[in-house]
Design a protein around this ligand. Structure first.
Ligand SMILES: Cc1cc2nc3c(=O)[nH]c(=O)nc-3n(C[C@H](O)[C@H](O)[C@H](O)COP(=O)(O)O)c2cc1C
Length: 291
């Protein structure tokens, strides 16, 4: 009832662990056995320490983070995940140009089912959301040479134009959205809360933005869309899928509820589908586009 297929990858359910959440170690990723797929932390060429503290804070309706793409670099990360027992592991990468994306995709390829190119971190300048739109096509072509399906993760800004470039480069799926560029100020001390000042806002508040992006992508392009942003319950998954998503990712809600959220949402999805007369979750994909 819940099985889906994205770019040739069969998943037992449409729920994926989003990049950046409990995915730096083999042990933490192996806890997500109930998820249809697990996306790794975004990994780059070299070790990155990330920004100074605080890198994380809770705000109304969600969280702000500016971790700064902290990661051990591809070579160390591959040692960490060697032998990992995860059915569908997706390798997330970020880079400053097409050579870096090509190199990282080739390195990751033997370990993963697909590559996810993170081109949307809201606080990482050129290796994030400021990656030039006109260079996306070349970067995707370069990553594709590794021989794995390539997902391109985009943020809310200028998403249709950036998706078009990714598709021209051969993207197999678009992942939308990343956290939304945002900040908070502590009024008692009159200073920004995050060490990096600017960060990304995620959690329930951004769900309508993510749904809008997925809806627009699905209305304009014919390739699988993976929805992400603010999902915390079965109805949120259905909403994204009705907007055109073939699968979804969950991040912030895992910070609140732990890995058990995947099993719980699957259980609730089956009840929802049954109650509404569906025998297959794929039947809800894109139905809101026709209305
Ligand atoms: C603490 C934290 C770290 C994140 N790190 C990454 C990352 O390394 N790569 C990436 O593509 N997205 C990263 N994200 C963004 C999430 O994958 C996701 O796109 C975003 O949080 C929206 O989904 P959510 O509302 O379910 O959290 C991170 C999000 C959070 C909260």
């Amino acid at each position: 009832m819940l099985e889906v297929e994205v770019a040739g990858i069969k998943m037992k359910n449409p729920l994926m662990l989003a990049s950046g959440i409990l995915d730096l170690t083999k042990e933490s990723m192996e806890k997500f056995g109930d998820a249809g797929a697990v996306v790794t932390k975004s990994v780059g060429m070299e070790e990155r320490k990330g920004y100074k503290n605080p890198v994380f804070c809770e705000v109304e309706y969600g969280i702000l983070n500016a971790i700064g793409l902290a990661n051990p670099g591809i070579d160390e990360y591959l040692k960490e995940i060697d032998g990992i027992k995860v059915e569908n592991l997706i390798g997330s990468i970020f880079g400053k140009d097409e050579n870096e994306f090509g190199h990282l995709a080739r390195k990751f390829a033997p370990y993963v089912k697909a590559i996810e190119m993170n081109m949307s971190c809201p606080h990482a300048k050129k290796v994030g959301a400021e990656y030039p739109t006109e260079e996306i096509k070349g970067a995707v072509e370069s990553a594709k040479k590794a021989g794995k399906p390539v997902f391109v993760k985009l943020g809310m800004e200028n998403i249709l134009e950036r998706a078009e470039n990714a598709i021209e480069g051969g993207a197999d799926a678009i992942v939308a959205i990343n956290s939304v560029k945002a900040m908070a100020i502590n009024v008692e001390v009159a200073m920004p809360v995050l060490g990096n000042k600017i960060g990304g806002y995620s959690g329930r508040a951004i769900k309508p933005i993510g749904v809008r992006c997925v809806y627009e992508l699905a209305s304009n392009f014919d390739l699988p869309i993976i929805g992400v942003g603010g999902i915390s319950k079965a109805e949120d998954v259905i909403e994204y899928m009705m907007a055109g998503a073939k699968a979804v990712q969950i991040g912030t809600a895992v910070c609140y509820e732990g890995e058990k959220i995947f099993g719980k949402i699957c259980h609730d999805l089956e009840i929802w589908l049954d109650k509404h007369g569906y025998t297959n979750i794929n039947d809800v994909v894109g139905i809101a586009l026709k209305k």
